[in-house]
Design a protein around this ligand. Structure first.
Ligand code: ZN
Length: 336
């Protein structure tokens, strides 16, 4: 099956041509227009997607041997995300599907992330998925390839959002995740004792907004020199990682009591790029003989390859729906 997929749920414009399990062409354009605002401006994001999509599609077809007529299915992210951006990407793909008289499949962005590690790994079940992005922090359980259950999520800020907001408070550039990781290398991670909200609750829910408030109080009381910023960034990164590890470990205990013995965990979404978090998780779970899976590099942040893959992986004809309306809020389908 040859799929042409589009992802425009936030500030990445991405197109992918995928055949079976082979990426033929994949382009990701990260919008830089938001950097000076320290966060995403939805109206600007929609316009930037609109300006870029046609040019990117032309590059894809000019540089591959494939003609759009050969495509079997057109797919696009239809939620959750910024509604204007979703409308731009999905309408673009719907128009192509009408022009070439081929099916259109709406894809859930979260399912794209969740299924991303099955592209490069044989998943061992029962399986946990830790979704760490700028918009979501969620834990899912999959007992098999077709069933997925949300076990818990952040009750306030998403983890990526916490990184971005903290980076902004520390005077670092947007997007903040990378900047915090970089400057943390020079800092003392034990220097500041930051709060760890909800850490002792026996569930998979998280809370990150209190840490950001604490950081903001420290920033007000101190001079923002390099030493202070690197110590606070390192302490912040450590605290966030401590929370993830503690919550995962206590969550695994709860599942064990339910006779569910998790064999593998996928860490997906843009934050899975963070090497500090990755190394600490590996240290813990290697000892427990629980396999950790990561997506391939180009499927970590928002991208169309994971959307194409989610479409291929669970393709059924009844998923074709040209009239599907994009939705800003959308849950994961429990039966894939
Ligand atoms: Zn995402």
């Amino acid at each position: 099956m040859l799929i042409f997929a589009c992802e425009t749920s936030c500030d990445e414009t991405s197109l992918c041509l995928m055949k079976g399990s082979k990426i033929i062409k994949h382009l990701i354009f990260s919008q830089e227009i938001h950097n000076k605002f320290g966060g995403i401006v939805p109206e600007l994001a929609s316009r930037a997607h609109l300006e870029k999509l046609q040019e990117m599609a032309q590059i894809i077809f000019n540089t591959s041997d494939i003609h759009p007529e050969e495509i079997d299915v057109f797919a696009a992210t239809c939620g959750p995300g910024l509604i204007g951006s979703l409308l731009v990407g999905s309408t673009f793909m719907k128009s192509l599907s009408i022009s070439y008289n081929k099916p259109f499949v709406p894809v859930n962005h979260l399912e794209g992330h969740i299924l991303s590690t099955s592209f490069n790994n044989e998943i061992l079940f029962p399986h946990l998925v830790l979704l760490l992005t700028g918009g979501h922090t969620q834990v899912y359980m999959m007992k098999d390839t077709k069933n997925i259950e949300l076990l818990g999520e952040s009750v306030d800020d998403a983890i990526g959002e916490a990184f971005d907001k903290t980076a902004k408070l520390l005077g670092l550039q947007y997007p903040g995740g990378l900047e915090i990781e970089k400057i943390s290398k020079d800092g003392d991670e034990k220097y500041f004792d930051l709060p760890k909200p909800m850490i002792n609750e026996k569930n998979f829910n998280f809370s990150f907004s209190g840490i950001k408030t604490h950081v903001s109080l420290l920033v007000k009381k101190n001079i923002l020199n390099r030493k202070f910023v690197s110590n606070l960034a390192a302490s912040f990164q450590k605290t966030i990682t401590d929370i993830i590890i503690k919550k995962l470990l206590s969550g695994l205990d709860i599942l064990n009591q339910r006779e569910v013995h998790i064999k593998s965990i996928s860490i997906v979404g843009g934050v899975s790029n963070n090497m500090y978090i990755k190394n600490r998780l590996e240290n813990i779970f290697d000892k427990k003989e629980i396999k950790l899976y990561y997506p391939i590099k180009e499927m970590m942040s928002d991208n169309a390859a994971m959307i194409a893959w989610a479409c291929i992986k669970n393709y059924r004809e009844d998923k074709n729906d040209i009239f599907f309306k994009p939705q800003a809020r959308m849950k994961v389908n429990e039966k894939l």
